[in-house]
Ligand binder design. Sequence first.
Ligand SMILES: Cc1cc2nc3c(=O)[nH]c(=O)nc-3n(C[C@H](O)[C@H](O)[C@H](O)COP(=O)(O)O)c2cc1C
Length: 245
Amino acid sequence: MSEDFKNVLKSNWKRLIGEITDQMRGFPPPPFEKPCDRGRELVSLPSIDTLLQRYGQKTFVDVLKGRKSRREFKNSPMELGELAYLLWATQGIRKVVGNTSFRTVPSAGARHPLETYLFVFRVTGLRAGLYRYLPLENALVLEKEGDFRKPIVEACFGQKFVGEAAVVFVWTAIPYRTSWRYGSASYKLILLDAGHVCQNLYLACESVGCGTCAVAAYDQEKMDELVGVDGERELVIYLAPVGKV
Ligand SMILES: Cc1cc2nc3c(=O)[nH]c(=O)nc-3n(C[C@H](O)[C@H](O)[C@H](O)COP(=O)(O)O)c2cc1C
């Protein structure tokens, strides 16, 4: 393994002492949610108060005991409410203070560098296609309509269960959101952030009769292309198929 790869795992905090970051230069922070073109049709999601009356009643200990990677899913569709609950559990916004969002997951410096995309295959009330979650609006925006099961399995090196899910969560990182403040210490921080998000997905799935499996074995170029990101300013870093179990 080259030193470059290993260095990502190390704390680069000391290097940061000599660095001038864009925050220090007085540059404005990038938005914590990727902007969405005006006029795009949004799918509103149920409010979290409504969702919590219906979902997530299992005890914390039962959820922890049940958590495991699940690669077999029922054919039945997921409800839109279930999906909204999982989105809230993974990236939902608790409060906004100035230019900073605070969410259901922690993030280094509350920079929240991730965006959530969904390849929807079987969710009641949604057409099949690629969507993006807008946590501020608690809504989805349709990016591309279509059946992406085949290309997504190909982009995951033939892992069939990914195409058998009801929906596939795909997280991209926008590194500048974190590097604006943390410069070369950012890469490790972004990866740590992603781990928290996926663990919340595992636990939230378990609490509503769904299952998931983290997936890091994917083809970077193919997945970036499928999601429609440039692989530099924004790139896919992790994914997780979800379905009823
Ligand atoms: C970072 C990460 C990447 C993973 N990538 C894959 C993957 O590409 N394919 C897969 O089938 N499982 C993947 N897994 C799931 C692991 O295989 C699984 O967590 C492990 O076998 C332990 O099983 P458990 O989650 O049921 O406890 C991944 C898990 C993590 C945390």
